[in-house]
Design a binder for this molecule. Structure first.
Ligand code: OAD
Length: 484
């Protein structure tokens, strides 16, 4: 995987913004396995739009058009939203003012959780009655030999794809009709030669007028709308960011371009925005409290506590030190020997008194102070001590022990809980064991024996957190910022 290069300007713009518009095209669904329209593998290479996606084509051969849409519905129904769709949904939850404008008809945005959304080209999952104008939801069916076939690609369309000429295949099946009025149904998708709904466009242009950042993701601009939207938003003063694998008709209007796959760029971009958001919060609290802040990060094994701590450190710079205090990587026998499992707490061998005294000194004095360091790498309860230099404003302590002892917990000024999708946490712990030389089988066994304890104990720490972060395949989302 090519490392993702993300300009700090884009991160800063998204950190400062509270009005964001995202415009997406077929490229955002490419990593879900759905073909785009243009380009080498594009749908318009294999199918003629004038045979399938125009009112005249429907009038000429409605069955063929329905079969093509059935085939696409089957394809899209089987596909899953990818991390880029999930980040867009996370952005919607994060920003107060947000609108997603998608040209895609595949339904993957809504399956990822997007709600504040306009589907400017309609949806494969809806049909419109030509008689009464009503819109109906469509199940995942295809119409073959006069019967509705669930979950299968229409053989006729599959054949057409092979033959690269759908027009050769005249259909004979009955057309889907509206149950309420008996009228003929057509796909509720915008076809070539049809116009955008004025009310919908109005909503989009109003959002663009006010937007501070507009992200334009995975669209060629082969249909002019994204270019018009970018031009309008740019004129209104928004920062335009394009995410695409290549230069497009939109590129010349973009202030920033992030070149690569949306499914790789968006999670990394969003992680950085979230870390930036957290560090803003941390700095604000630091100013408020007028001294050194002790920040604790707890969470399940594999959630990424160390990664988060290092990311915070990278943004806070020399002002911050990171104290790893993660003791959950002992073999069971060792945990038993320490009495940890019986107590469901921390081993006595970690010198919590020393920690407490060091924290008190850190707050009261203006001299460098040593904090006991609990090292995962050395697998020793108190392996070393860390000297916190004078210039430090933020001490970031990562590890679950912190939260388990009230004395230590009380020493913290800010408690962060990093939650994680269990499957992802499991995978990252297993990968870490493997990096340490374990075979896959050993790594799984280690996870299953050692780390079960962790998941039991860490849940007790959740309630103490003031900032809740969730990590899933799409990246990290700061969900709650509160407390003192
Ligand atoms: P296109 O197929 O024209 O463009 C897809 C864009 O996605 C290209 O610019 C690719 O470089 C980019 N791309 C591909 N993979 C990507 C990835 N993994 N990450 C980021 N970018 C990637 O699709 P649209 O611009 O969406 O209209 O096409 C617009 C409209 O034309 C469609 O909505 C459809 C079509 O005719 C209707 O059906 C009404």
């Amino acid at each position: 995987m090519i490392p993702v290069i993300i300009s700090g300007t884009v991160v800063t713009a998204l950190r400062r913004a509270n009005r964001v518009v995202v415009v997406t095209g077929a490229g955002i669904s490419a990593e879900s396995g759905i073909p785009t329209f243009r380009g080498a593998e594009g749908l318009w290479r294999n199918f003629k739009a004038e045979d399938l996606a125009t009112p005249a084509a429907f009038a000429r051969n409605p069955r063929l058009v329905w079969e093509w849409y059935d085939w696409r519905r089957n394809l899209c129904g089987k596909a899953q939203p990818n991390p880029a769709h999930h980040v867009v949904a996370a952005m919607e939850r994060f920003y107060h003012h947000f609108l997603l404008v998608t040209q895609n008809v595949d339904g993957l945005h809504s399956r990822a959780g997007s709600r504040r959304m306009v589907e400017v080209h309609g949806s494969l999952w809806r049909a419109r009655c030509l008689k009464c104008g009503d819109t109906v939801e469509l199940p995942m069916t295809s119409f073959e030999d006069g019967k509705a076939v669930v979950g299968r690609v229409s053989s006729r369309v599959a054949r057409c794809l092979e033959e690269e000429n759908p027009a050769r295949s005249p259909g004979l099946q009955p057309l889907p009709t509206h149950a309420a009025c008996g009228g003929t149904l057509r796909p509720a998708v915008l076809w070539f030669g049809e116009s955008y709904e004025p009310a919908m466009l109005q909503q989009v242009f109003t959002a663009l007028e006010e937007a501070q950042v507009v992200l334009i993701i995975g669209t060629s601009g082969g249909v002019a709308l994204p270019v018009d939207l970018a031009a309008q938003a740019r004129q209104a003063g928004a920062t335009i960011v394009e995410i695409n694998r290549e230069r497009t008709a939109v590129s010349r209007l973009a202030h920033e371009r992030l070149e690569g796959r949306a499914g790789e760029i968006l999670p990394e971009l969003w992680r950085r925005v979230q870390v930036g958001h957290l560090t803003d919060e941390i700095r604000a609290r630091g100013r408020h409290k007028g001294g050194r802040l002790m920040i604790g990060i707890a969470g399940p094994p594999g959630a990424g506590k160390s990664t988060l701590a290092q990311a915070l450190k990278a943004v806070l710079g020399r002002e911050a030190v990171v104290v790893p205090m993660d003791g959950f990587h002992f073999p069971n026998a060792r945990l038993d020997a320490l009495g940890l499992r019986a107590r469901k707490g921390a081993p006595e061998t970690f010198d919590r008194l020393a920690f407490e005294l060091a924290v008190a000194e850190l707050r009261a004095t203006q001299k460098p102070v040593s904090l006991p360091l609990y090292s995962r790498e050395l697998h020793e309860p108190v392996a070393d001590a860390l000297t916190v230099p004078l210039a430090t404003s933020f001490v970031i302590v990562e590890g679950n022990y912190l939260f388990l002892w009230p004395e230590v917990r009380n020493a913290l000024d800010l408690k962060i809980y990093l939650d994680c999708d269990p499957a992802l946490a499991r995978a990252s712990v297993i990968a870490r064991h493997q990096q340490g030389g374990a075979s896959e089988e050993e790594a799984v066994r280690k996870f299953e024996t050692n780390d079960r304890l962790n998941s039991e104990t860490v849940h007790a720490t959740r309630g103490a957190a003031e900032i809740m972060i969730r990590r899933n395949a799409a990246g990290w989302t700061v969900e709650r910022v509160g407390g003192t």
